[in-house]
Design a protein around this ligand. Structure first.
Ligand SMILES: [Fe+2]
Length: 610
């Protein structure tokens, strides 16, 4: 039994990406997404495994909890769904039949569900969806006071909110309402360009630099009636999400000259131009909303959350060109982060507890809030698999791995606690040499089995960031895109500029080509010794060896698979791909020394391609 500490469990579920978070006396003890345990990407089911992990990490049982918080209000959401269907009936009936029974069964009886799943008898509190996002944006931020902007697809009714945080309080100021939604606008283009809604948005953003903003005028004149303050109406005649089961309809096809791209077919210039256009519009809306919340609050700081806050290109622009001096983004900006938000809201608002801020330091612990595995656990696992491995002392291990990266080997790096949020930040990462011109294609196609156009991100020593990028501050969660420093860039010749979109990717555009996108930008993660000493010291070793304080960091998974959680997941991913080495804590595995890997089924069919 836990002592007299207040334990609060936050839960988010039933929409996208479910998750759980445990606070002890306001301190984040654990947080994780359900998908990592069930191995189903974006798993939205009740996060039984994530809850169980959080309780285990906290050393408590469900009835030791003081409060359980749920990240949105199911009845309000049901009201929105019902009104939407009634409003567009009978054409909406088809999607009601699909969504309705699920809602009635799972979502209205939340109290009972939580009690049954947890065996918990105590109090259950609910926050509004955007309140949870806003709380997750502000409370862990390094600011005493800040403007708050949340943007996503939809919660109950709200699709975006402005607000203000002061000390231990947050207050929402204005809202944009369903069906006018920046998240859904972006998702409509994600669908139309042939990617999966709710996970392919990232690909649209990555594809954008290959295209021209040809359709911006069309989008702004036909689809989006955008106001100066960033609010807008979407012309529903072009969309299909109210009445049908797709995002866009026939009018949309007519406007953009044809049907949506069939997933997995060749990407053409049209998709690139559409991606660029919706990205430009998205940035414009974010900038206008940010200007509005700046006027409303007068703050020099802004905090962001909600799925749209994962658009790191828009975030980078906001930092460079927006009215705020400081920008902080919740690393678990999507719905899983709502679990953290509601828990913190209960702590500060319901329990009326003060908030302590250390200047320049956020409360997320580097987002390393997930499961960890002891040396004994890892070794027992390796023994059970008959794996061939060696154990190295820390210094030797870091030297060896740095050497391997420098010789163009691809390393699976599994170290410490798993990250909370969609980005791998050096705990569950695949690492490579950013100086190598062949690394981007090799890692995309042979390791990740994903589309060749997708750029990789750099991890850079925090104290070196200004030597590589036009960025003079921390970006610990890989949520800011910044230009690669001019003196490192290699301009493309006239001939190279003539190359078609994706072919430009193979042109060496800087002295760190593997992480330089076609528009000479990079999605930067700064690494500090304080939050991840092993990863920091590894990159430092690589720098000592090569003079380069940057490595490629891509998430440890293959396409369609959630990021690995356990030694088992990591080992399996290592054996299935062309990864050269696996580092599990202090143990190093050389692929050439492992036995043959056999699987009876086509394992790639396990994953729903996103
Ligand atoms: Fe959300």
């Amino acid at each position: 039994m836990a002592s007299g500490n207040t334990h609060i469990l936050g839960i988010s579920a039933f929409y996208h990406d479910s998750g759980a978070c445990l606070l002890r006396e306001g301190d984040i003890v654990a947080a994780a997404q359900e998908e990592r345990f069930t191995r189903k990407k974006g798993d939205a089911s009740f996060p039984v495994n994530a809850v169980e992990y959080c309780l285990r990490e906290g050393g408590i049982e469900a009835n030791d909890l003081t409060f359980v918080g749920f990240y949105d209000k199911p009845l309000l959401k049901f009201e929105r769904i019902l009104e939407t269907y009634l409003g567009v009936s009978p054409s909406g009936f088809r999607s009601f039949l699909q969504a309705g029974p699920l809602w009635i069964k799972d979502k209205l009886y939340m109290d009972r569900q939580i009690r049954d799943a947890l065996g918990y008898e105590g109090e259950i509190l609910y926050a509004e969806h955007h309140e949870s996002h806003a709380a997750s944006a502000f409370f862990p931020s390094p600011f005493e006071g800040a403007a708050i902007l949340t943007m996503d697809g939809v919660g109950e009714w709200a699709t975006a909110c402005t607000g203000v945080g002061r000390g231990s309080e947050i207050e929402l100021i204005s809202e944009l309402h369903w069906p006018d939604s920046l998240g859904l606008l972006y998702s409509a283009f994600t669908y139309y360009t042939g990617f999966k809604v709710n996970s392919g948005e990232y690909k649209v953003m990555g594809l954008a630099p290959y295209g021209e903003p040809k359709y911006v005028e069309t989008i702004l004149s036909e689809l989006v009636d955008l106001q100066e303050d960033g609010s807008f109406r979407l012309n529903q005649k072009y969309f299909n999400y109210l009445t049908g089961l797709t995002m866009t309809g026939k009018n949309f096809d007519k406007l953009f000259g044809g049907p949506p791209r069939t997933p997995e077919t060749k990407i053409t210039q049209r998709e690139m131009d559409l991606a660029r256009s919706v990205q430009v519009v998205c940035e414009e809306i974010v900038m206008r909303m940010a200007n509005t919340v700046h006027k409303q609050t007068g703050s020099k700081n802004i905090c962001l959350a909600g799925g749209v806050a994962l658009n790191c290109v828009a975030n980078g622009k906001l930092l460079r060109e927006g009215p705020f001096e400081n920008v902080w983004i919740q690393p678990a900006a999507g719905d899983a982060g709502g679990a953290l938000g509601v828990a913190q809201l209960i702590w500060h608002r319901h329990c009326d507890k003060p908030r302590e801020v250390t200047a320049g330091k956020d409360g997320m612990k580097g987002a390393y809030l997930g499961p960890r595995f002891s040396e004994e656990e890892i070794e027992a696992f390796l023994e059970s698999k008959g794996a061939v491995y060696e154990r190295l002392e820390r210094e030797d291990l870091l030297k060896k791995v740095a050497n391997l990266i420098a010789s163009e080997k691809v390393i699976g790096w599994f170290n410490g606690r798993m990250e909370f949020g969609p980005r791998a930040l050096g705990s569950r990462s695949i690492l490579g040499d950013p100086r190598s011109p062949k690394m981007q294609a090799q890692m995309n196609l042979k390791i990740k089995f994903r589309e060749g156009f997708r750029p990789f991100a750099p991890s850079v020593l925090l104290d070196r960031v200004h030597e590589y990028f036009e960025l003079d501050r921390e970006s610990p969660y890989m949520l800011l895109v910044a230009p690669v420093l001019k003196e490192r860039c290699i301009p493309m010749t006239d001939e190279q500029q003539e190359l078609w979109g994706i072919d430009q990717l193979n042109v060496k555009r800087s002295d760190i080509p593997a992480i330089t996108h076609v528009d000479y930008s990079a999605r930067v993660q700064t690494v500090s010794r304080e939050t991840n000493p092993d990863y920091y010291d590894l990159i430092r070793e690589f720098e000592n060896l090569t003079g380069c304080g940057v490595v490629i960091n891509t998430s440890f998974n293959v396409r369609g698979e959630p990021i690995v959680c356990s030694p088992h997941d990591a080992y399996q991913c290592f054996m299935r791909t062309h990864m050269d080495y696996l580092v599990l804590g202090p143990f190093v595995l050389d692929k050439t020394k492992q036995g043959e890997w056999k699987e009876s089924v086509d394992w790639r069919k396990e994953f729903v391609l996103d």
